[in-house]
Design a protein around this ligand. Structure first.
Ligand SMILES: [Zn+2]
Length: 73
């Protein structure tokens, strides 16, 4: 089984703070999607979310926004 693609950003290489596009907390490790970062915590929430979960709808909305290139954050 292949490892999931992940990226860690060493502190010394960060020129600007990076924030998770879902929770808004500082991003240190997780997934990068089209240049937008999703922290490990939110990634796990997405994985665990069921379709009927209200949080799922929130994530879908945010991801659609990203995919549409309409991010304003
Ligand atoms: Zn997050």
């Amino acid at each position: 089984m292949e490892k999931k693609k992940r990226r860690s950003i060493p502190l010394q290489e960060k020129s600007l703070p990076i924030f998770c596009i879902i929770c808004g907390h500082p991003y240190t490790e997780g997934l990068e999607l089209l240049g937008n970062c999703i922290c490990t915590s939110c990634e796990n929430d997405i994985v665990k979310s069921e379709a009927e979960d209200i949080k799922y709808l929130h994530y879908v909305y945010r991801l659609r926004t990203i995919l549409s290139g309409l991010t304003s954050q």
